[in-house]
Ligand binder design. Sequence first.
Ligand code: C2E
Ligand code: MG
Ligand code: MG
Ligand code: MG
Length: 280
Amino acid sequence: QAKASGRNAMCFFDPDMQEVVNVRVVLESDLRRGLEKKEFLLHYQPQVDGNGRVTGAEALVRWQHSRRGLLPPAEFIPHAEESGLIYPLGHWVLETACSQLSAWSARPETARLNMAINVSPRQFRHPDFVDQVLSALDHTGADPQKLKLELTENLLVHNVEDIIAKMATLKTRGVGFALDDFGTGYSSLYYLKRLPLGWLKIDQSFIRELLTDPHDATIVRAILVLAKSMGLSVIAEGVETNAQKSFLAQHGCDAYQGYLFSRPLTFEQFEVFYSRKDTA
Ligand code: C2E
Ligand code: MG
Ligand code: MG
Ligand code: MG
């Protein structure tokens, strides 16, 4: 074993290690193949305001794998990030969500819908990221004011000045930002103050036991107070019950997303859902 042969020794024949490497290589070529064969698709989860009106959707990527069926992002996003394939995948998500947004805007019935897109830290840090967003907006004709990028706190681990500069550039063009999974990552109030954010998105882990765990209730109230005092809007994710929604509403939450309203939908399902809601 490597350990027995000294601290700095490398063991090249560790079968477990070989297994890990194999899995990684297989996944990476599989991801590459999936991208080439266009096996990825987006689902759209409705976001609603305090009156229950659908204001837009979050685009959530899925992989329609030829053998393994429909895969959720947890099964492949980490590998895409690690291998760098998040660049082409993230680019595809951006293009696809922007053309959907533009299609919504073109029809009077869906014209006021907004689109939220998740952006991986590695994707955001890429030197071409800002240009990619601007060119996606440009050639799809999507309205930047209707686009919201969801960033996570993990992005703020290093080069924060560079991140702020990129956000500022996009913000001047009208693009908005939400800090996703808020409360679970590296949070510094110092950065929170400096980032050109419009929204905080409370992580679903705080919502789940909101009514049974007093700590979660305290955290959620604190986030709402903090956000208000900084002029930020708040959306809660993972809202599954009316009781959770009422608690959040009572404490000033601005918007909601979760199974209480709808699961993530294909775009056809989304349009049916929306037209029913709209006329209800
Ligand atoms: P997220 O951005 O925090 O997205 C919310 C996740 O919670 C989604 O899982 C959604 O399906 C799920 N969810 C929504 N409402 C409820 C609810 O009421 N209860 C419960 N239990 N869950 C709910 P999903 O689609 O599996 O996505 C997981 C994560 O993958 C996302 O978390 C996001 O971080 C990432 N992701 C998704 N699409 C993309 C993408 O296009 N690019 C990147 N970089 N990451 C993505
Ligand atoms: Mg998100
Ligand atoms: Mg989230
Ligand atoms: Mg989350």
